[in-house]
Design a protein around this ligand. Structure first.
Ligand code: NA7
Length: 540
């Protein structure tokens, strides 16, 4: 059964999908949003674990497209909790009357390009068919969860949870022995809370994580009023900063200052900055020696915070640069390990062997547990793009095309898949910048592109092979200038065994990236072949 035809089909109702549906609708396109979950919010819909909180400041992790929304929404904390972000999402949905434009409980199974009709056929898990001239994949960067392939998972008689698919009702940890596997951002946020609630908490750590303190605090009325009095300049500062977070990277090299000066500056940053810590000096993420200094500072902090020196040593990250794996922003993480009921199980050398009916066996020892939590992260950046079968020109699937790693032009599209666009896709700054800013930049840019195409009767928009090749080279070159490739991280595809190792996000900064996107548009969408029905390629 073929249902209505759409100008634009948006896949996903996270912050990207919501913004895309709203803006395409405003621009007069017939648009529908398809979402697998029962409600909007994307990662904030699924990641309901206690302690889940954004690690970008609330004032910046929010939409900038509506002055009224900006002025009327009141954030309560510097870093918003998951429930508060979900309330914000619901408010936006209601305020802009977006619910009728979405279909929830609708997982997309396949997308197939028809070259003759120049349109996509989208089939959902329920077998429904929709046809769209354009498809916008707003499926998120960290949305396909992964759990370790451990023998015996099904034998466990207690409860198994994943931070990224957390139940809607509260989980009662009291009186329970809980095992948490994973010490990335999710584990780091969850651990202090479970530590307080459970009888016993066992943390299964494979790789220690660098963390910087969140320094979270309530937002006072005075601060709220001050920022809202000139919100535009805050937005502008964020837009003009490479991270999109408003932090101006230090201009000085960490190698040019004395130990005393370095330490004083880092203490200052540690006490206030959150993520900004990494930008205190201009070369912390690009020069190994500079990075070593910052890493040493953070290692000292762990020793200061953890009472037991052996335990502190086990929690200390080594062997990869600070920041090359996404640092966690923590609230009481190390302090949790000073509690008598919290135990670290170091699985770096003796991995988890199996799960039994009653617990986890690692290093030959069985740890008895009532609840196991996988805080083991996601098939990052490409997981949700490759989950549906996307078949482009000539019957080639995206899985085939990206079998050795994702290749895109600007992270926005890929050759052979006309009229298919990605919000914050691999090859764009995505997770290396404030994703909200990235989303809004991408959506605005795509709306302008489709408005121009509509005006000029362009029916097909396709990334050219040469533009894609050159962009991939540029992305790789920028990554090579940094320390990012030096860690086995999910930026690089190291989180899934067998996944191609390609550095996926664009590390050249969102400010420079926006400039490039604008130049591309000004040059008549250079790098895209624009085709009219009665003519061959109009531009490239
Ligand atoms: P992350 O950052 O990918 O962290 C996952 C953690 O789980 C990490 O410590 C992993 O150790 C660990 N892990 C993964 N697989 C295994 C297996 N098989 N055995 C043991 N330990 C494992 O995911 P998060 O959900 O914490 O955070 C993702 C992002 O969401 C975060 O950066 C924010 O941007 C929001 P590893 O390091 O691979 O050795």
């Amino acid at each position: 059964m073929v249902e209505d035809k759409y100008d634009v089909i948006v896949v996903g109702a996270g912050l990207g999908g919501i913004r895309a549906v709203h803006s395409f609708d405003e621009a007069g396109f017939k648009v529908v949003g398809l979402e697998a979950a029962a409600g909007p919010g994307g990662v904030w819909y699924w990641n309901r674990y206690p302690g889940a909180r954004c690690d970008v400041e609330s004032f910046d992790y929010s939409y900038g497209f509506s002055k009224e929304l900006e002025q009327q929404w009141r954030w309560s904390e510097r870093y918003a909790t998951q429930p508060e972000i979900l309330r914000y999402v619901d408010h936006v949905m209601e305020r802009f009357e977006l619910a009728p434009l979405f279909r929830f409980n609708t997982r997309v199974e396949s997308l197939t390009w028809d070259d003759n009709r120049a349109e996509w056929t989208v089939v959902t898990e329920q077998g429904r068919e929709l046809v769209g001239t354009h498809v916008v994949m707003a499926t998120g960067q960290l949305s396909t969860t992964k759990a370790p392939q451990v023998e015996g998972v099904d034998d466990f008689e207690g409860r198994i949870l994943h931070t990224g698919e957390w139940p809607h009702e509260e989980v009662d940890f009291s009186g329970k022995s809980v095992g948490i596997i994973g010490t990335g951002s999710s584990g780091v946020q969850l651990i202090p809370i479970v530590a307080r609630a459970a009888d016993d908490l066992l943390v299964f750590q494979r790789t220690p994580t660098f963390t910087v303190p969140a320094n979270n605090r309530p937002i006072s009325d005075e601060e709220d009023a001050r920022i809202k009095a000139d919100y535009e300049s805050r937005r502008e500062t964020a837009r003009m900063s490479p991270s999109g977070l408003g932090f101006d990277p230090g201009k000085v090299s960490a190698l040019e200052v004395s130990d005393e000066e370095f330490r004083a500056r880092m203490e200052e940053q540690y006490a206030v900055a959150g993520f900004g810590f990494a930008l205190a000096y201009r070369d912390l993420l690009i020069d190994q020696d500079a990075n070593d200094r910052a890493a040493a500072f953070l290692r000292d902090k762990i020793r200061e915070k953890v009472d037991n020196p052996d335990l502190a040593e086990k929690l200390t990250p080594r062997g990869y640069p600070f920041g090359a794996k996404r640092p966690a922003v923590d609230s009481g993480y190390y302090e949790a390990f000073n509690r008598d009921n919290v135990h670290l199980v170091d699985i770096s050398e003796a991995p988890i062997e199996r799960i039994t009916a009653t617990g986890i066996v690692a290093g030959g020892i069985e740890h008895e547990l009532d609840i196991i939590v996988f805080a083991t992260g996601f098939d990052a950046l490409t997981g949700s793009l490759l989950r549906p079968t996307i078949t482009g020109r000539g019957g080639v699937t995206l899985r085939e095309k990206w079998s050795v790693g994702p290749v895109t032009y600007l992270g926005l599209g890929t050759h052979g898949f006309p009229n298919l666009f990605i919000i914050c896709g691999p090859g764009s700054p995505s997770v290396l910048a404030n994703v909200l800013l990235g989303i809004e930049q991408h959506v605005d840019w795509l709306v302008e592109l489709l408005v121009a195409a509509r005006k000029d009767d362009v029916t097909q928009i396709e990334v050219t092979a040469i533009a894609e090749k050159e962009w991939v080279e540029h992305v790789n070159q920028r990554a090579e200038e940094t320390l990012y490739p030096k860690a086995a991280s999910w930026y690089l595809g190291a989180e899934v065994p067998g996944k191609p190792r390609v550095f996926m996000p664009y590390s050249g900064g969102i400010r420079g990236y926006r400039r490039i996107c604008n130049q591309v548009a000004d040059a008549g969408y250079q790098g895209f072949a624009l085709t009219r029905p009665d003519a061959d390629s109009a531009a490239s």
